[in-house]
Design a protein around this ligand. Sequence first.
Ligand SMILES: [Fe+2]
Length: 309
Amino acid sequence: MQSVSQLGYVRIGASEPEAWKKQARDFLGFEVVPGDDKSTFYLRMDEYHHRIEVNTKGNDDLEVVGWEVPDAATLQAIGQQLEDGGVRVAHGNREDADARRVVELIRFDDPSGIPTEVYYGRPVNPKRFHPTRSMSGFKTGDMGMGHMVVYQRNLQEAVHFYRDLLGFRITDYTELVTPGGTRTMVFMHCNQRHHSIAFMETPPMPKKINHLMFECNSLDDVGTGREICLANDIPVSIELGRHHNDRMFSFYMVNPSSWWFEYGWDGRLVDDATWTIEHYEAAKSIWGHPQLGNIAATMARPPVKQAAS
Ligand SMILES: [Fe+2]
């Protein structure tokens, strides 16, 4: 079994690109990097050329997820695992790889239709990353750009796909109490980060993603980020607190595409040599996160019905 090694990049769609640029620079501390044309720009948070590709002609949602592997042999093995599991895999051509600034990639959809890529040849910018506001920067490196929570139509299908075909390991099962009853979330890791992806079973949702988490290097980075939200009327969806499972000290805010960022510090690390899967019943944060139920409520919400035209 071969495994992906980190959450390398995401591509998102943004109908309000200027608002994204402002929030990236003023709140997140990310560099805004011009794209090759007007329909794309990039956000940089570490030594990579970028971690987020913004499509200014897209809808306000997650468009592509990129998982990294170290080399061509691993990419080929992952592709074979997927095909053996019945997944249709497309091999990206030179143009596709150039668009992501990597050496080679494969493409496929996850069980809920999230366009997914696996690649090698990480796009490195050797110039030192300088946060665009006064802060210490981000914990990325071999742990990837952060973590994300995405919607899945079938929990067991999702676990099978990410564990048995992409090589993730289950970190824990968390039971969240929601207005509609208890719902199970599964958190999965592919490196030392407690989870790079987590999901809950939901009916089809208006967006593919619930939130993307960035881990800062210091507690003060989170605190000053919270102050920036306060000063600029950026809506905070979940207040400061420390999570039960990854022990992340964090808060959540609403980005210009109306999904959430989690901005955190001091997440727990996983050692595969000693880790045993955990189970949290009626999970609550250790302290704070007073509206944590919002995650479950948002994920449990039925889809927005489009008016008939
Ligand atoms: Fe999170």
